[in-house]
Design a protein around this ligand. Sequence first.
Ligand SMILES: [Zn+2]
Length: 110
Amino acid sequence: MSSPFFSVLVGIAPFVPFFVILLFLIMRRQKPCPDCGEPLSPFLSPFKKTWRHWVEGGYICLKCGCDVDSDGRKVPAGTAPRLRSVVTGIVMLTLVGVPAVLLLLFLLHR
Ligand SMILES: [Zn+2]
């Protein structure tokens, strides 16, 4: 009874509670649409996301299509991200991107 499938199952078993808790937290964070009250889906198609969604998060109501920020407030269409969020985004990209580029250069020039 030691098929590869069984081994994989045993290997991922300790992580199952973690994923259940994560999913539970995501579902709990669901906020209602400020316009129509429909629960906002935490999962948004990357093609529907705006620049603001990528930088500071937010939702698009699946029922009425209104744009909602991460705190559950309605956002008028075409609103630019807050400056603080843009700065945070750039800093995060730098913190992740610079070591990645350095590592790549290091590996290429070995
Ligand atoms: Zn709505």
